[in-house]
Design a protein around this ligand. Structure first.
Ligand SMILES: [Ca+2]
Ligand SMILES: [Ca+2]
Ligand SMILES: [Ca+2]
Length: 288
């Protein structure tokens, strides 16, 4: 794993505007964000006063058949192989910043295949954008920000024999009774054939890794930061960020309604809504 991370670091160093290391301090705190991964209970779309967060440790919003349930691959009580752990979004005066905490780096060798983390998809004011996560996906430089105009600009999940996508059509999930895995998780990555004229700019990408203990060893962190004006983000910001594993086993998203501190009454309603959502989502989660 160390060698793999070293390779990843080398790849990122070759790409302008990216850096490896420095996000996490010696004991695993992401100091610039004021967070410690794995220190909070699962929750979705919660505004904590400074940033929006979704925490999905050991949980996938897609409920797979049989005993797998909401456990990320490989399922069952030991599920963890490909787990999107946490995602945070914050809006500063000049930038939008997204921090993703995931079980593995952007490229993982397992069961005879290479599994890749998708690109960061952004929906804002009805327009679709994407930031390239891994230059290995489609040969596009990591950090590139593209406008997505249609289906031809993106590619779907990796369709390999072990992929969940290949074996499941409609599954129980948190997004509605009829949603399929592709509907929940795609678009997955920017197509390598995308028109260069759709390139809007570049995000700064920083990555790091830390051993948080047990199955959370080798945790990978990636931070995307870009000028708000590149996406012409309005005020208040309306932005949904989403990322999925190529095997289709997990997806994570954060919906930013506004970067402004809500009025107390609004915040109370948000809190009630979050609790209700949390309870509803966990009601049928298998015990582990
Ligand atoms: Ca985990
Ligand atoms: Ca997860
Ligand atoms: Ca982990």
């Amino acid at each position: 794993m160390l060698r793999k991370l070293a390779v990843v670091a080398a790849v990122y160093l070759l790409v302008g505007g990216t850096a490896f290391g420095g996000l996490v301090d010696g004991v695993g705190n992401v100091t610039d964000w004021g967070i410690t991964p794995f220190s909070q209970v699962n929750q979705s779309d919660t505004f904590d006063g400074t940033r929006w967060l979704t925490i999905e440790n050991d949980y996938s919003p897609i409920k797979y058949p049989g005993s797998i349930g909401h456990q990320p691959s490989p399922g069952g009580t030991t599920g963890e192989g490909f787990d999107l752990e946490e995602m945070y979004v914050r809006i500063t005066d000049t930038q939008a910043q997204i921090l993703l905490v995931t079980s593995n780096g952007p490229s993982v060798e397992a069961v005879g295949s290479t599994w890749r983390l998708g690109d960061l998809m952004i929906l804002s004011d009805g327009q679709q954008f994407a930031i390239v996560t891994d230059s290995g996906n489609q040969g596009l430089p990591a950090g590139n920000i593209y406008r997505i105009n249609g289906d031809a600009d993106v590619v779907g999940l990796q369709d390999q024999p072990q992929s969940y996508r290949g074996s499941t059509t409609v599954v129980e999930n948190d997004y509605g009774p009829d949603a399929t895995i592709p509907q929940i998780t795609e678009p997955w990555a920017v197509s390598g054939l995308i028109d260069a004229g759709l390139l809007l700019g570049a995000a700064t990408i920083e990555t790091d890794s830390f051993d948080y203990g047990g199955k959370e060893d080798g945790t990978f962190l990636i931070q995307y930061a870009f000028d708000k004006h590149v996406l012409e983000l309005g005020d208040p910001v309306d932005m949904t960020t989403q990322i999925a594993w190529g095997c289709g086993n997990d997806v994570i998203r954060v919906k930013v309604d506004s970067p402004n501190v809500p009025e107390p009454a609004t915040f109370a309603m948000l809190l009630v809504g979050s609790v209700l959502t949390y309870v509803a989502r966990r009601r049928d989660m298998p015990k582990s």
